[in-house]
Every structure is written in C-alpha cells, then in structure tokens.
Write a protein that binds this ligand. Sequence first.
Ligand code: SF4
Length: 381
Amino acid sequence: MKKDFSPTLLDFGPLQIFLARHFGFCYGVENAIDIAFRTVEENPGKRIFLLSEMIHNPQVNADLQSHGVLFMQDTYGKQLISFDELKTDDVVIIPAFGTTLEIEALLNQKGIQTEKYNTTCPFVEKVWNRSEVIAKKNYTIVIHGKPKHEETRATFSHAASNAPSVVVKDMNEAKELAKYITGEKTADEFYTEFKDQHSDGFDVIKDLQRIGVVNQTTMLASDTQAIADYLKQTMARRFGLNENNIEERFADTRDTLCYATNDNQTAVNGMLQTEADLAIVVGGYNSSNTSHLVELCEKKLPTYFIRDEEKIISEKQIQHYNFHNKEELITENYLPGKNPLKILITSGASCPDALVEGVIKKLTVYFNSEAKFDELIRQFE
Ligand code: SF4
C-alpha cells in the first residue's frame, strides 16, 4: 500500500502547525528503552551499566541514570568507567547502536552475559549481515557513516572481522577514496588520510579492486545514494565496465538505511511541499538522524533545532543548535508577524512524543490558543 507522507494540519486559528506524517520514536529505540527499564526492574540490588548512551536523547538518558543506570562510555567512545571495574554479577546493557566485537569479547571474558540485555536494533544487525554477505563474495566494505558514531564503530568492527573495510563520512571523503582507486593518489597518503577509518593491514592496491557500500542506518538518503553512485561510476571508469558487468567490481546492494530514517526523511520532504514560515525540529543535539531532518528543512526555510520546549525562551527568542559548527545560539524575532503563521514540526527517532507535544503547547500560548490545544489533545485521547 502506498504510504501517505503529507503532513497533518493542527489548526489553532492564527497558528497553523503542520506536523510531519512520520516522526519520533522508532521501533529500535522503543524496544531498547523497554528492555533497559525491564532490566532495572528485574535486577534489584545489582549494578547496571550501559555501554554508552542508550539513544541520543538527553531526557531518556537522564531518566535511566536517575534509576541508577551507569554509563561506561560517552557517545564518542571516551571511557567514563573503566572495564576493570566490572564484576561477573554486574549487568551490562548493549545499546540500540550495538557494540564492537572487541567489547563483546571483553565482557564475555569477564563472564558477563550480554544476550539477555542486548538491545541492538535489528536494523543495525541487518547492516552487519549485509556486510557479511558482501565480504563472502570477496568485496572490500566501504561504510558510509560518521566514524566516531557508536553504530558506525560497531558496524566497522563487524565488517572488518570479515573483510578489509574503510569508513567514509561524506561525499568529499568518497571522492578522495576514489582517487586511490584510480591511482591519482599514492598508497602512502591513504594511511594518513583515512587514519583510524580503515581495517588493520588494509592494502590500498589490492583491497580497492572490488568494493561494496553499506551505510550507517541514519544517514541522509540522498547522500548515501550519491556516494554509492559515485564509487560505482569510479569503478566502471577505472576498470572499463558497464551496467552488465559492473558487479565484477562493485557489489549490487541497496542502501542499508532503516525504515524509520526513510520514513522520517520522506515525511519531511512531504511536509516541505507546504508553504510555511519556519520549521522546528525537536531532538537530541548528538542525534545523527535528527540532524539530517534539520539539513533537509534548512535548505528550504528558517529552521530551529531544539532539544525541548525549554529552548523556546519567549515569543521573541529561541535558543537553538547549529549542528554544523556545534554551538547553540539565540535568534530574536523567530516568529514572523503573519496571520496565520505556518510552522512545520518534526522530531528525530530518539525523541519522545511528549517533547513535541510540549513544544506545540508552548507555541499555542503565544497565540492565545491553549484552549484549542487542550480540545485537540482530548480528541486524540
Ligand atoms: S533509527 Fe533505525 S536503526 Fe536506529 S534504532 Fe531506530 S529503527 Fe533501529
């Protein structure tokens, strides 16, 4: 059945909110949160550790910490609590992003069971399975993802256990990698340029003869497609191949974005068909999938990336995050004096719906529409 990606209009009279058709929590995040809280309930008196942030949402992580859950690493893999601290009867939860084979082996060595508390999303495991299939056909694995992101580190570890692997973070890096395929750059440069992004013993000459691309599940669909196409064309040019025989050198795979990334991005594209005055994207500032929703919106209209309603300081000021240079800033007069004022709203896969509701409610106050908001909420209850 064809899905409907047009936004939902919440009409508050002088304020019109167009809510993306798909937004917020995905299956993997709901499942992970569910398992994490069940783990806390089922293990009274035990120390419970999470390998890193559960998901990229500060409210959810703070909630878990308030239930006594301890985080072992920060989001970039920096150790907060040493693995030496762990004892056999501790409980360790693996987050939705999954973890590396090295960490899994370390936990097993310590006699800590991980199966019961493993919340790795099945869509992340799907990427690992896809890379295994590619590896078995003797292709080198190119991973399009953020090199420091937990999911990409986990995917890289799984991929590298099966085949030579290299991570490219964006089109610029893909273009640089292509220069090693064509011979425009020398092998020596590769090890500096792709430091910490290639598997041990990567042989630039031998390992770029046959490649396949997989990606972090939350990348921007258009970027992933463009990178795969670019590398495919590079292989075709370099080895004189065409559509009929390209598979000799380039694995024929579709992207490995997850359904939530696809649906949320398509819904934002659907939402952007509506003429509006501004967009608000709600989510954690280190959330990859949320930043891509911001990227889509900001190409078309003024866009404010906020963590929750607290960031809406008043009807005159909003504090929002610029993910390009990683800083928060305050914008004045962000609500233009139009009637009706049209605002597009969406949120990332790690953002609880209650935060979106809070944002909408706060905005309605500035338009004297709280009564309408309450009436609308009752309709949905
Ligand atoms: S964003 Fe996708 S891959 Fe990540 S947890 Fe959600 S469903 Fe799983």
